[in-house]
Ligand binder design. Structure first.
Ligand code: UN1
Length: 528
């Protein structure tokens, strides 16, 4: 593990430069962070910092507000061309992009680990998620069907026609720097739109690498590169995208606070939004659950990705009969965890992505302690040894003093984007469901049981109110085939599978008269 090496004239650590070189990214000088058919960027310099070692991986030239506006113009131009490309042909482009991504799966996965900090198998898994959604979108490109509706008038018919929507702005978060863009890009492209991507300011290299792969395919096929534009930068760049009337749909992943603002801004100009905001996901374990499956699933959900998924398990509700056995087995797994370099095989615990995430973690633990919670395991930052330069914290399991969500806003109702799992004990399922639903967020939830009656309650009208409602499957790690998204303060809209593609088109209801008469609907008569 190369610790704390800075970007100097001597260059990068060899493993960082190997990963970047394998993806065709220059390892010296400043990188262009804007693409709209051409690579450019003359805005502020942004550093990409490795969360494991503190090494500066690259400096990126971000977009000025003027460059974002230019990129928006290019993207719109590209859209007016691209909307006329037949959908199956768009699918063929997606197939080629899928192949190009797949060929770089390992290298791109390694870059995700290097820049974001998640362990290699998850970095590669994220690229796989992009490959999977491309496959899905290739199929979709021949199946985005409209409908024929029976008309009440003779010689008339009604068509519901999906047409491309326009420009889709994708504002993505650091924790899934490849896959979440992939979900939006693949569906938007199959549907005939152009996208403009404003990634998280702390993962610019992943977005540059992905855009390079896509741009190569587009250019080879004579398609304008601005079908997949990229503008790196901070809030200012994001604001230009969000405020532009030329962006028909803004898909945002990130905090509730920023999402509320974006939602209001886009709604006030009558644009469309998809918001994927906070999750505060619970797992409920019934006494008949198979603990040999449930314990590792909770372990992965809470400690995996160092607790940095929107879908991470943050609350654990244990039925009284199995509570102590469950916690004993869970603690055993936690004690086997040791932090390490996410790029090394076998590491299960990588760093948090940023220094500020470590502070958020420390504050949350401090609040737990101050409010009388019992910390079963964890609670500290790793300060000693080779890991001290990275953002490593101990995954934590705590039993807050009071169980129900209303008893402590900060513990039960606030999402802390760090590996902290809060545990409470319940007696009957109804109580656990009311705790599950008693928070502002509504992304994912999971029930462990073998009893069909519990399952029926859980997935029915009085059951879990989240967008993802699992049974004997953890809260995180969804496949691309299902619609992904939440309810309540998690936001609005769905991404990835299911009917999500329908949000990326404009629907026209077309009533067509084939007859020699022109009757009015509802039998209205209007003749003099
Ligand atoms: C996110 O954390 O924003 O279901 C996305 C999962 C992943 C996606 C998470 N497939 O955990």
């Amino acid at each position: 593990l190369t610790v704390g090496r800075r970007f100097t004239t001597r260059g990068l650590s060899s493993r960082a430069s190997d990963i970047l070189s394998s993806l065709g990214i220059p390892t010296n000088g400043e990188l262009s962070g804007v693409y709209d058919g051409q690579w450019k960027g003359s805005g502020d310099l942004m550093s990409s910092v490795c969360p494991t070692t503190g090494e500066v991986l690259a400096r990126v030239k971000t977009a000025t507000p003027g460059e974002v506006r230019d990129a928006l113009d290019r993207t719109r131009e590209a859209y007016t061309h691209f909307r006329n490309v037949p959908a199956p042909r768009r699918g063929e482009l997606l197939r080629q992009i899928r192949e190009a991504l797949s060929a770089q799966r390992e290298n791109l996965g390694a870059l995700v680990s290097l820049e974001m900090g998640k362990i290699k198998t998850e970095g590669v898994g994220e690229v796989q998620e992009f490959v999977d959604i491309c496959d899905y979108a290739v199929g979709l490109s021949r199946m985005m069907n409209g409908r024929v509706v029976a008309s009440e008038r003779p010689g008339h018919t009604i068509l519901e026609v999906p047409n491309p929507l326009g420009v889709v702005g994708v504002l993505s978060a650091f924790n899934f720097p490849v896959a979440v863009y992939g979900w939006n890009f693949a569906l938007a492209m199959a549907a005939g739109n152009a996208t403009i991507w404003k990634p998280s300011p702390t993962t610019p290299l992943c977005s540059i690498a992905v855009t390079k792969i896509i741009a190569d395919v587009l250019e080879k096929n004579g398609i304008p590169g601005a079908v997949a534009s990229l503008v790196t930068g901070g809030k200012e760049a994001g604001k230009v995208v969000v405020g532009s009337h030329d962006v028909e749909l803004v898909s945002f992943t990130g905090s509730e606070h920023v999402g509320r603002d974006i939602g209001e801004k886009v709604a006030s100009r009558f644009g469309k939004v998809i918001l994927e905001l906070g999750g505060n996901n619970a797992s409920i374990i019934m006494p008949d659950a198979d603990l040999s499956l449930a314990v590792p699933a909770v372990f992965f959900g809470a400690a995996g990705t160092a607790g940095q998924r929107c879908t991470s398990t943050r609350r654990l509700y244990l039925q009284r009969q199995i509570a102590s056995e469950f916690l004993e087995r869970l603690q055993q797994l936690y004690s086997s965890l040791s932090p390490g370099d996410p790029l090394v095989d076998g590491t299960l615990l990588g760093p948090l992505h940023s220094r500020s995430a470590c502070e958020t973690y420390a504050k949350a633990v401090q609040h737990l302690r101050a409010s009388g919670a019992e910390i079963l395991t964890g609670g500290n930052k790793y300060k000693e040894g080779p890991l001290s330069a990275g953002n490593f914290v101990e995954p934590t399991v705590a039993i807050p003093r009071l169980a129900a969500p209303d008893t402590d806003e900060l513990i039960w109702k606030t999402e802390t984007f760090a590996p902290i799992l809060n545990v409470a004990v319940f007696d009957d399922l109804e109580q656990a469901i009311s705790w599950n639903n008693g928070v502002p967020q509504g992304l994912s939830s999971s029930l462990w049981t073998r009893d069909l009656r519990n399952l029926g309650k859980w997935i029915g009208p009085s059951g879990s109110d989240t967008g993802i409602v699992n049974v004997n499957v953890g809260t995180s790690g969804a496949e691309i085939g299902a619609a992904f998204g939440g309810n309540k303060s998690t936001g609005w809209g769905r991404e990835s599978g299911g009917d999500s593609w329908k949000q990326y088109v404009r629907w026209s209801a077309c009533t067509i008269n084939f007859s020699d008469e022109a009757p009015l609907a509802q039998g209205v008569s209007f003749s003099a």
